[in-house]
Design a protein around this ligand. Structure first.
Ligand SMILES: Nc1ncnc2c1ncn2[C@@H]1O[C@H](COP(=O)(O)OP(=O)(O)O)[C@@H](O)[C@H]1O
Ligand SMILES: [Mg+2]
Length: 242
């Protein structure tokens, strides 16, 4: 049997100040799956995603990508290339004088030459509808543009797994649909931490609910969203209009 693309086994984590965040999370994600990671604020969603590329190190258990353990060893740069993590706050991802430079940074860092890196960045910005703003600094973009720009800096490196942390924070309905269409068309394996059940339903086939750092549900998303009692128990609101 081949290993799942992402395997999380009995993952436990507490922050250095002692705050417990994850408690025995197990989850396997197959190539091509799109999984919504749901749960109220503080349930451990961001902490979980930050384990996928080794940004945080488990206190217990572990994470494997294509069967390779995520740890501090020599394989970590390879893991970071495979797993693209888009932070909850786009400002954590954009730090160079222009957006174009931010997007070319990943390819340059991977050893792509400057001309090809610029070409890839240009194509990426075009794909996200940001071609007009590549010469601007991130702080001169709108909130929605900044959000897409942060995504561009990760997608340009062609990750195998994409982990998105609250990706629709400042997108309007149109921006949200554009994001859904784009991600569906690209076909990366996705883990999306979100409160936005409408986004989850449009994008994902499976939903995992975290509560108090534990997985309390892991089901086909339609069935999960139809379970009113479950949504209410774990502080999730059903998608608007129903
Ligand atoms: N840097 C940190 N130091 C200490 N505790 C933290 C830190 N970041 C998050 N936490 C705590 O860890 C728990 C899980 O947080 P988080 O993963 O951010 O949840 P979510 O993304 O679902 O809102 C919460 O209790 C939160 O307060
Ligand atoms: Mg979070």
């Amino acid at each position: 049997m081949t290993a799942p693309l992402v395997e999380i086994r009995e993952l436990g984590f507490h922050y250095p100040d002692g705050t417990p965040a994850l408690d025995g999370v197990s989850l396997a994600v197959a190539r091509g799956e799109r999984v919504a990671v749901l749960g109220p604020t503080g349930s451990g969603k961001s902490t979980l995603l930050q384990h996928l590329n080794g940004l945080l190190r488990p206190t217990a258990g572990g994470v494997w990508i294509e069967g390779v353990t995520v740890d501090a060893g020599p394989g970590l740069s390879d893991i970071r290339r495979k797993v693209g993590l888009v932070f909850q706050d786009p400002n954590d991802q954009l730090f160079l004088p222009t957006l174009m430079e931010d997007v070319a940074f990943g390819p340059l860092n991977d050893g792509v030459g400057p001309v090809d890196a610029a070409a890839r960045a240009t194509a990426m910005l075009r794909e996200l509808g940001l071609d007009g703003v590549g010469a601007r600094a991130a702080h001169h973009l709108s909130g929605g543009e900044r959000r897409l720009a942060a995504l561009a800096t990760v997608l340009v490196s062609r990750p195998v797994v994409l982990a998105l942390d609250e990706p629709t924070g400042d997108l309007d309905a149109r921006g949200r649909m554009r994001l859904v269409d784009l991600l569906r068309a690209r076909g990366e394996t996705l883990l999306v931490a979100t409160h936005d059940l409408t986004l989850a339903r449009a994008l994902c086939g499976r939903g995992v609910v975290l509560y108090g750092g534990r997985v309390v549900a892991d089901r086909e998303l339609g069935a999960l969203l139809a379970d009113r009692a479950l949504l209410e128990r774990y502080g999730l609101e059903s998608p608007s209009g129903e």
